[in-house]
Design a protein around this ligand. Structure first.
Ligand code: HEM
Length: 408
């Protein structure tokens, strides 16, 4: 039997085991060899660890009113890929592409290989894999449809130092899972099927805590060490629905995504003491509690002043500046950290893949970013270097495809 055929019939693992066993039998005897074989199949048992249920087979439903990956509890690993459509792809081409990519995503997220999957073994542990599609302005124009007025590059902000290699794009793939191998495989399968329609424009990889490291529901920490995401609307509430879901035309049941790559200067942040760090956000780095409170979810009190009359939560703090009196100006943040190879003699090249979902970018995101642009102490250590806006179309039923409200 050729090695290829062996691999296809799924027997490669056992062949490898037989090889290892052969050596073991020769050296230490059959009883120990059986132990080794058991250990290979059950690494936890070998380490003396109690066996725990595997997270690898956890599945997030793909079909539904909304696409998954927005209100899904954020997975440990996120891959963001923006593609540009090839010049000759027309409306029919878009429909073909989205049918194929939807089919891939529907299978892979449920733990099934994509059609013609060259590594079907990698599809069996989805670990809460979600694939979320977003359309840039170029996509909607090619579909010969009108776009929401906010589907365009954000206005220029003074803090921006945008690099074109992290900007814009016609099609967004947000691929997220608790397992990085699953993310890589899903990304590759989708790109292989997209390549006759579109070319990769940029890729960004991000992470949060590994699954199982902290209790489910714990707010994430960013690489400054801050608790990041405390005052987000909670999925499943009326507030979340109002903030996130759009109800207009082909986008009804969908939303918008702003993806900003924001560099965080960790080396400069190192020089700031704990008090300065807490003041820059208006929250304690240790607990995430507002400077006027004790617990993470205590409501900040902006009226409390110090003995000499200054607000305890400073006017220039990120919390003060990001919060609006206007209930319309709210967003849902679902960021990932990045930590790439340092360049230019520094020891870090890190930041946030800031991702926010909101029903309307101009009404909700832009006023917040304008205020932060005018004043926010955190700007001392953060620099936006990439920016892109996408419409996230609604979900679809089995047999349908993502984008059908735009393309049929
Ligand atoms: C690297 C850049 C950034 C860092 C490190 C950062 C960090 C934080 C932290 C630690 C908090 C407090 C805890 C929480 O509620 O999540 C917070 C809150 C918030 N941030 Fe940011 N942030 C960044 C960029 C942005 C941007 C670009 C926006 C939007 C334009 C934004 C909007 C908000 C909002 C709306 C809140 C909640 C404010 C409230 O309590 O009402 N942040 N951020």
């Amino acid at each position: 039997m050729s090695p290829d055929r062996d691999a296809r019939s799924g027997r490669r693992g056992s062949t490898r085991r037989q090889f290892l066993l052969g050596g073991a039998v020769a050296g230490v005897g059959a009883a120990a060899a059986v132990g080794i074989d058991y250990a290979i199949r059950n690494p936890a048992a070998a380490a003396g660890a109690p066996s725990t249920p595997l997270n690898g087979t956890s599945v997030v439903p793909f079909h539904g009113v909304h696409q998954a990956g927005v209100d899904t509890d954020a997975q440990a690993h996120g891959l963001f890929i923006a593609l540009d459509l090839l010049p000759d792809v027309d409306r029919d081409g878009l429909r073909r592409m989205m049918s194929i990519l939807t089919d891939d995503a529907a299978r892979l997220t449920q733990g099934d290989p994509a059609l013609a999957d060259s590594e079907p073994e990698l599809a069996t542990s989805p670990a809460r894999l979600t694939v979320t599609f977003g359309f840039g302005a170029g996509f909607v124009a090619r579909a010969q449809h009108s776009a929401p007025t906010w589907l365009k590059p954000l206005p220029a902000f003074a803090v921006d130092r945008l690099q074109p290699e992290f900007g814009d794009g016609d099609l967004l793939l947000q691929i997220a899972s608790d397992d990085p191998l699953t993310v890589a495989h899903a990304g590759r399968m989708l790109l292989k099927d997209a390549r006759s329609f579109a070319a990769v424009r940029w890729t960004q990889r991000g992470f949060r805590r590994a699954h199982g490291t902290v209790k489910p529901g714990t707010t994430m920490r960013n690489l400054f060490g801050q608790v990041d995401g405390t005052s987000n609307p909670s999925p499943g509430t009326a507030e979340f629905d109002a903030v996130v879901w759009n109800d207009d035309g082909w986008l009804a049941g969908g939303t918008s995504a702003v993806v900003r790559r924001i560099r965080m200067d960790l080396d400069k942040w190192d020089r700031l003491d704990r008090g300065g760090r807490d003041q820059s956000v208006g929250r304690f780095q240790s607990t995430g509690a507002p400077l006027t409170g004790v617990d993470e979810f205590d409501e900040p009190d902006f009226d409390v002043t110090t003995a000499v009359g200054f607000p305890v939560i400073p006017e220039f703090s990120h919390l003060r500046r990001a919060r609006s009196e206007n209930p319309e100006e709210k967003i849902f943040r679902r960021a990932y950290n990045y930590d790439d190879a340092p360049v230019g003699g520094g020891v870090s090249n890190a930041g946030l893949i800031f991702v926010s979902f909101q029903a309307d970018v101009d009404r909700q995101f832009v006023p917040i970013q304008r205020r932060l642009d005018e004043l926010d102490l955190l700007n001392e250590w953060t620099t936006p270097i990439g920016s892109a806006v996408f419409a996230i179309p609604p979900g679809c039923a089995p047999g349908g495809f993502i984008g059908e409200t735009l393309l049929t």
